[in-house]
Design a binder for this molecule. Structure first.
Ligand code: GLU
Length: 449
């Protein structure tokens, strides 16, 4: 194991997810380091793996019964060499420093790939919005922002949504920031359309992921038409992945949430998707309810005692993991391959374990890592920032066209980098190398800071 990994593991031994994300990048960029000895002399790996700043704070809030609670708030300001820190906020009980450092680290390279000027950051809290009333969520967001506002700004650090943070939370966070600063700026992205948001931002991650998949298929003179697809998750990314797959003639047979998954052999059509959107976005219900409405579908409860996730064990052509980290392990990867899957496109961040990635690369599947495939969300956040700066709004067609151009460009950049380093078509090393080189060159230009 390279020394740098040993040092990182010894320094923060419990940060498993962060080690995993760093390991993936460092392994891929070895040939780049060999070609560029100046990277080693300027301790570039040591610098790129150490956040520029980590902010941790107490978030006290009161529930509807008048009981006080305390959660932990975080913002990791990872790297600002190519632009202000940019990345989402995650509210989920699993959130800790390791998970946010891995997400912030990934975000640095993802943002570099978008072609826009954005550094990398990530934040959030171990607060669980599930089962909380709108008022409780509002009080939590206000308390969270009562500290975070000191550290962010439209030219400093621009948070957005992630798991557990959608339009509702962004609204409450923005309202508090505006009150405290007495400024109406584009300090957050993912805002609602009526007050500074961008068209296509809600759709962007899912659409972008499918645009990327279509680009990969086009290299084999193939397309989405008629492909059976497994999609996990049922939040923002999954919903718009399904929508774009339907637009392109694909068939989607699965969706999930943390309680379990549904398998609908007939396919999730537009009406069913509309039902899921209402269920998840308005009623904030569970995916299990899908089978009450569509009885031909099957529901399987999540079972953490299993060594695999049965969602990934169905016949299909493509898989779009769009739920969360490490949701596809080596066994799941074997199941996918055995079931005929030829394309895996990561809508979530780091959904495949290293064992799963090895299997996909061995089999020469079309495998797109999240930092390339799911970059459409943050890319349209960058477009939201541009529109806010100009105080103008682009049309849906204009934003969607820019998104498609960006996804095509990311795809090409990954292909070019993979070919330059002797493994054409390996999007995994292509994405890591291209993102890394862009960030590192900016860091070198700016001196030892
Ligand atoms: N949380 C999203 C991501 O993982 C979006 C971040 C943003 O829009 O800033 O890229």
């Amino acid at each position: 194991m390279p020394d740098i990994l040993k040092t990182i593991e010894a320094r923060d031994p419990v940060e498993k997810e962060f080690h995993q994300a760093v390991h993936e990048v460092i392994e891929s960029v070895k040939p780049v380091l060999d070609r560029n000895p100046e990277y080693r002399h300027s301790a570039i790996l040591e610098r790129i793996t150490e956040p520029e700043r980590v902010i941790m704070f107490r978030v006290p809030w009161m529930d509807d019964q008048g009981m006080a609670h305390v959660n932990r708030g975080f913002r990791i300001e990872m790297n600002s060499s190519i632009g202000p820190y940019k990345g989402g906020l995650r509210f989920h009980p699993s959130v800790n420093l390791s998970i946010l450092k891995f997400l912030a680290f990934e975000q640095v390279f993802k943002n570099a790939l978008t072609t826009l000027s954005m550094g990398g950051g990530k934040g959030g809290s171990d607060f669980d919005p599930k089962g909380k009333s709108d008022n409780e969520v509002m009080r939590f967001c206000q308390s969270f922002m009562a500290e975070l506002f000191r550290h962010i700004g439209p030219n400093t650090d621009i948070p957005a949504g992630d798991i557990g943070v959608g339009a509702r939370e962004i609204g409450f966070l923005f309202g508090m920031y505006k009150k405290l600063r007495n400024e109406f700026t584009g300090v957050l992205t993912g805002k609602s359309l009526g007050w500074g948001g961008s068209l296509v931002r809600p759709e962007a991650t899912g659409y972008g992921s499918v645009y990327f998949a279509a680009e990969m298929l086009a290299t084999k003179e193939d397309n989405i038409e008629g492909k059976t697809c497994l999609v996990s998750g049922s939040g923002n990314v999954a919903q718009y992945t399904v929508e774009k797959l339907l637009d392109m003639g694909g068939k989607v047979v699965t969706l999930s949430d943390s309680s379990g998954f549904i398998y609908d052999e007939e396919g999730i059509d537009r009406d069913k998707l509309d039902y899921v959107k209402r269920l998840k976005n308005l009623r904030r219900g569970r995916i299990q309810e899908y089978i009450d409405k569509y009885s031909a579908a099957e529901y399987t409860e999540a079972d953490s005692t299993l060594d695999h996730n049965p969602l990934w064990n169905h016949p299909a052509d493509c898989a779009f993991p769009s739920a969360t980290q490490n949701e596809i392990n080596g066994k799941d990867a074997d199941n996918l391959i055995r079931n005929g899957v030829k394309l895996v496109c990561e809508g979530a961040n780091m959904p495949c374990t290293p064992e799963a990635i090895d299997r996909f690369l061995d089999q020469k599947l079309l495998y797109a890592p999240g930092k390339a495939a799911n970059a459409g969300g943050v890319a349209v956040s960058g477009l939201e920032m541009a529109q806010n700066s100009m105080r103008l709004n682009w049309t849906r067609e204009e934003v969607d066209e820019r998104l498609q151009i960006i996804m095509k460009s990311i795809h090409q950049t990954c292909l070019d980098a993979s070919a330059e380093y002797g493994d054409p078509g390996n999007y995994f090393i292509g994405a890591n190398i291209a993102g890394f080189v862009k960030v590192v060159n900016a860091m070198l230009d700016q001196g030892l800071v």
